[in-house]
Design a protein around this ligand. Sequence first.
Ligand code: NDP
Length: 246
Amino acid sequence: MKRLENKVAFVTGGSRGMGAAISKRLASEGASVVLTYSKSPDKAEAVASEIKNNGGRALAIEADSADPQAVINAVNQTVAEFGKVDIIVNNAGIYIGKVFEEHTLDDYEQLMGVNVRAVYAASLAAVKYLPAGGRIITIGSNMADNAVSQQTTLYTMSKSALSGFTRGLARDLGPKGITVNLVQPGPINTDMNPSDTELADFLRGRMALAEYGTGDDVAGLVTFLASEEGKFITGTAITIDGGLNA
Ligand code: NDP
């Protein structure tokens, strides 16, 4: 018996990086998976095709996380297509790195829109449908607890907001038997944070395990939280960062 048989999962930003790995792993455990994308339709379709070719059920939906209504529509479409939603994974995120003096209010709107407002919107839409045993899992960052380097102020602020969101919502949804958790990755080799840069060398020098993680490392943790084995974990942040924050 697979761990997520008969479950329906909704993953934002499933076209590349961690979101693609999470989508595939949830599907390999038996979940039907809806994954959203904004700029990478071909990659999103490739993830959905791979899942279907392996005998699973998947659907890729264009939904720009900068547009909260698009995210809400995508959750509703998930239920229209698959009849329910059990697990939502708020994964889509962006990083804007520059000296603080060069930041603009547009940067704030853009980054907070994708990294925070979309998480709120997807969760709000999903709460109408999530059953007892439902899961809300959000991808934050180890940087919520340790800014690590310069030029991270806006990103770090956005990821810290997710900590409060997770704790509050866990209390609100606990009586319904729904868990709410935050996964805080550290350096993971993706387009957002490739492992072959100067920054990567700097980060490796500060990690207990001087190696970048993979999307699969994060997908394993997300799958555990989504499964029955994770049922007593709620309202918390689990950091998966190779010991960068140790
Ligand atoms: P990538 O940049 O590699 O991939 C981002 C994914 O999110 C893509 O599928 C992309 O889809 C999607 N996405 C981005 N913007 C939007 C949007 N506006 N609407 C819908 N989808 C969007 O990032 P990672 O996989 O590295 O990051 C995943 C999450 O993990 C993010 O929340 C990030 O902040 C967090 N994180 C990453 C770390 C790392 O080291 N990589 C460390 C800590 C946290 P598309 O191309 O279709 O737009």
